[in-house]
Design a protein around this ligand. Structure first.
Ligand code: HEC
Ligand code: HEC
Length: 448
């Protein structure tokens, strides 16, 4: 009885306040519509791949036979359950055990120097760079890779080209000379000298094609072909990644399709900031949310690094141009809610910290607290925060985001949240990407 009266009493206020909200929404929508039209933003289109190629690529992506020691698959570091990453700041490669934050490095092995990036949307043709430093890129229709002249012909995309490199990295998948594989056999792939890419790829294909089930799957995927090379391996893995890891049905994509209810008011305000005053769109540009160019945000340095001195100079390692020091490729921003930690080395564990770092890079670099961002003791010992390194990092910084209030940062986060597909929270849906077995019979990384 009392409840009813209360409802009768507050109902008119509700109507009035909803009414005024609505008119404000329309104003926001109108402003956003302008921006969307000016910048030519549109939802991403799916790319079709064949079923047989998908199945082959799926098997290869989850099969540890691809690694020298038969103990690590692509999926170990790019697991669908962990946002196609590995939850870690820096990846842990061969001889490591377990997954996600439980993953442990073996005695005497190194961390990979960088954070495992997500693979969402990376099969789309708009992507013409791979890796944090873009060391794989498509230029004038030609794919350039660290293998130089040994790069094989026929790679269908930069994503395909990328897939033939993790198995050549000793830390990630290949292992060290003298290593024994998980089944006790000698790791024959690790015995090949570094830089002999072609020989390594042939050795991997020998292993794979010694399994009849794989030969059959390759024949299905490439009708009419009888001989298969690392290029067929690469194109199949890319087909799988393309199809399995789209997840572009985000509230933002719905909004772009014309559903104005898909975004909350906060997210709309965030979008206006992103494409306006905050200037995020200058680097996180276009439908992919990246210019695929390189910038130095003064992210703190830790881990083994890429150079003799233990630092990671980013794009500089590719071009040798001093202006490129500490510059890393702008990451895209889709499905961020499942891909923490952030930045090229996973330095921060929250979007709030990431945005605040963009606003005040120097202050954030100087006051970086590794404990607050979940770094292990071992990684903390590698933090390079001496004045000389800090000065060197600051010398090429090229980010200029204006001061923003806490409220504005909250709006930006609301917008970033709208770039994540709700499907990613459905574990049954995600687990369907993981095969129940692989042709080698080696164990598949599953999460229960
Ligand atoms: C030990 C963990 C590990 C394994 C195993 C691994 N990766 Fe990665 N992957 C990484 C890291 C770390 C990077 C970033 C390296 C860099 O940028 O220098 C990366 C980068 C990538 C990228 C580039 C994404 C982008 O945005 O540029 C793709 C795609 C990818 N890996 C797919 C694969 C595939 C396919 C396999 C198996 C053949 C594989 N990875 C095996 C850790 C791993
Ligand atoms: C000058 C270009 C530039 C501008 C402007 C910029 N960013 Fe970034 N952003 C980057 C680069 C480059 C990185 C990666 C830096 C690294 O890892 O060393 C990054 C990383 C990020 C990440 C982490 C993503 C991940 O997967 O690790 C988020 C989130 C992000 N930016 C959001 C924003 C927002 C929000 C704005 C606007 C307030 C913004 N950025 C403005 C270049 C830019």
């Amino acid at each position: 009885m009392i409840l009813k009266r209360v409802l009768l009493f507050i109902a008119p206020f509700f109507l009035i306040s909803c009414g005024s909200d609505n008119s404000e929404l329309t104003e926001l929508d109108r402003e956003l519509k302008n921006i969307i039209e000016t910048l030519g933003l549109s939802p991403l289109e799916k790319k079709e791949v064949s079923d047989a190629k998908f199945k082959l690529g799926q098997a290869l992506f989850f099969d540890k036979i691809v690694s020298g020691n038969k103990d690590i698959a692509c999926a170990t570091c790019h697991h669908p359950r962990f946002g196609t990453g590995d939850c870690l700041q820096l990846s842990i490669g061969t001889k490591g055990i377990d997954l996600c934050t439980d993953r442990e490095k073996a005695e005497g092995r190194e961390f990979a120097p960088r954070n495992s990036p997500d693979i969402f949307t990376k099969g789309l043709n708009q992507w013409h760079t791979m890796f944090w430093d873009g060391r794989i890129e498509e230029k004038n229709g030609k794919i350039i890779t660290p293998a130089g002249d040994q790069t094989p012909e026929g790679l269908e995309s930069v994503l395909a080209a990328q897939s033939i490199f993790p198995p050549t990295s000793r830390t990630e998948m290949r292992g060290n000379t003298g290593d024994f594989a998980s089944d006790g056999s000698i790791n024959e792939i690790a015995q090949i000298p570094d830089g002999n890419f072609t020989e390594i790829w042939n050795a991997i294909m020998n292993r794979i094609l010694s399994i009849d089930e794989y030969v059959e799957m390759f024949k299905q995927a490439y009708p009419g072909k009888t001989e298969f090379t690392i290029v067929d391996f690469a194109n199949a893995i890319a087909a799988f990644e393309t199809e399995a890891f789209m997840f572009t049905n985000t509230p933002w994509d719905e909004y772009l399709k014309g559903n104005t209810d898909a975004l909350t008011e906060e997210a709309k305000k965030g979008a206006l900031l992103f494409y306006g005053k905050a200037g995020c769109y200058k680097c996180h540009s276009g439908n992919l949310f990246t210019d695929q160019k390189y910038h130095n945000l003064a992210v703190p340095q830790f881990g083994p690094g890429k150079a003799e001195d233990g630092l990671d100079y980013g794009r500089f390692h590719v071009t040798g141009n001093p202006e490129d020091k500490y510059k890393f490729r702008t990451p895209h921003l889709r499905n961020l809610m499942v891909t923490a930690p952030y930045f090229h080395n996973g330095a921060y564990d929250s979007l709030e910290k990431v945005i605040k770092h963009h606003i005040n890079p120097e202050e954030s670099l100087r006051n970086y607290n590794p404990y607050e961002n979940g770094l292990s003791e071992e990684l903390i010992r590698t933090l390079k925060n001496d004045e000389e390194t800090i000065q060197d990092i600051l010398s090429t910084v090229d980010v200029d985001v204006p001061q923003l209030t806490d409220e504005e940062i909250d709006y930006l986060i609301a917008f970033l949240m709208s770039l994540t597909s709700p499907e990613l929270y459905n574990e049954d849906r995600i687990d369907r990407i993981v095969p129940s077995r692989v042709p080698s019979g080696l164990p598949v990384d599953r999460v229960d």
